[in-house]
Design a protein around this ligand. Structure first.
Ligand SMILES: Nc1nc2c(c(=O)[nH]1)N[C@H]1C(S)=C(S)[C@@H](COP(=O)(O)O)O[C@H]1N2
Ligand SMILES: [Mo]
Length: 365
């Protein structure tokens, strides 16, 4: 597709931010939602034009010069901070992997409602911003505060929701104060693009993407747990057995095969299988790869971990021997001892699927 044709398709939405869609596979034009192509996941940091986009509502257009972040609720000193005032509180740059909780939903049966994400609702970004802790320290969190609530400037009416609501999520106080939780104004060395939350977004390492509130408008220190729609009605693991739903939080251990291409053809001979693995529960300590079906798991080589909160690249040398359709599976283990399950764990909204997933490709004769 030419750049012009691509732009025309999304003319009514946010064409400027993703005029160049190389590496993005669109799911929905308005609001624009797209996953990264598998090939775009090869570099350690995903280039911004290929970074997946997940937006629930129309993308707000905020003026960075007029922007004020409000900090209120149970704090000693309510604040209204400009971007420059935020910068003056200190800056930090981190690289994190971000995965949508709905990634790999398509592997669940019966298929839950929600965006039909395949494997690419994941990307890694380098973020620069103000540590949230610095802002909360400046405002002075009062005794009795249990959570920090984050409200985006975007809003709308979810089908089964309570009317017109903003995208709002809370974090437990300890996660809000944790090292790495950032109010980011830069992504991959450039001002944050509109689709990714300009001018300011939260970045919560180790948690699924829904925690990283975009177009951040207001922060409230609260003394009771938040019960809003995107906290209690969505981003929950709800089973069909009547058990209490659990909140979706930390990213489960998972891996993806990036090369060879799924559905592609490779010549016979030596081949390096490549992929990435990640977990919010700890570092990746092992990746195994099985060629074809059965339980002949081989140990993949782990490449150096480039950031504690990002993914880890891995490789396996293999010789493509027999011609025909072949299958590959990868299985990651993290330092907390979590291993990818063989079977997807179904839940009503289709979150957190980290099951082993075979890809097939062809070895030519
Ligand atoms: N304000 C706001 N923040 C949001 C969302 C949203 O719809 N509105 N989507 C969340 C979800 S579900 C994900 S997976 C990530 C996606 O971030 P990205 O679009 O930069 O990849 O943003 C999160 N933050
Ligand atoms: Mo998401």
């Amino acid at each position: 597709m030419t750049a012009t044709a691509t732009r025309a398709t999304h003319a009514s939405t946010q064409a400027a931010d993703h005029a160049d869609q190389a590496g993005l596979v669109p799911l929905k034009p308005a609001p624009f939602n797209a996953e990264s192509s598998v090939a775009a996941l090869e570099p350690d940091v995903t280039p911004t034009p290929s970074f997946y986009v997940r937006s629930n509502f129309a993308v707000p257009s905020l003026d960075a010069a007029a922007f004020r972040l409000g900090i209120g609720g149970a704090v000693r000193q309510a604040l209204e901070l400009t971007l420059d005032e935020l910068r003056a509180l200190g800056s930090q740059t981190i690289t994190t992997v971000m995965e949508c909780a709905g990634n790999n939903r398509l592997q669940l049966a019966p298929l839950p409602s929600g965006e039909p994400w395949h494997v690419g609702a994941i990307s890694a970004g380098t973020w620069t911003g103000t540590p949230l802790r610095a802002v909360l320290d400046r405002a002075g969190v009062q005794d009795g505060v249990v959570e920090i609530l984050f409200e985006g400037a975007d809003h709308g009416k979810p089908k089964d929701g309570p009317g017109d609501i903003p995208f709002a999520r809370s974090l437990p106080l300890d996660k809000a104060l944790a090292e790495g939780t950032l109010l980011a104004y830069e992504m991959n060395g450039e001002p944050l693009p509109r689709d990714h939350g300009a001018p300011l977004r939260l970045v919560v390492p180790s948690w699924y993407g829904m925690a990283s509130v975009k177009w951040l408008n207001r922060i409230h220190a609260i003394t009771e747990p938040f019960t809003g729609y995107y906290q209690r009605n969505r981003y929950i693991y709800e089973l069909s057995d009547g058990s209490q739903a659990q909140p979706v939080t930390t990213m489960r251990v998972k891996s993806i095969i990036i090369s060879p291409d799924e559905g592609g053809t490779v010549p016979p001979g030596p081949l390096t299988v490549r992929g990435k693995a990640w977990s919010g529960h700890g570092e990746i300590v092992r990746v195994e790869v099985a060629v074809d079906g059965g339980d002949d798991w081989r140990e993949a080589r782990l490449l150096p971990q480039t950031s504690a909160t990002s993914w880890r690249a891995w490789e396996l040398d293999w010789t493509a021997d027999a011609a025909g359709r072949r299958a590959l599976r990868s299985r990651a283990t993290d330092s907390a001892g979590n291993v990818q399950p063989d079977d997807p764990r179904w839940n009503k909204y289709g979150y957190g699927n980290n099951a082993v997933r075979p890809i097939t490709f062809n070895v030519s004769a």
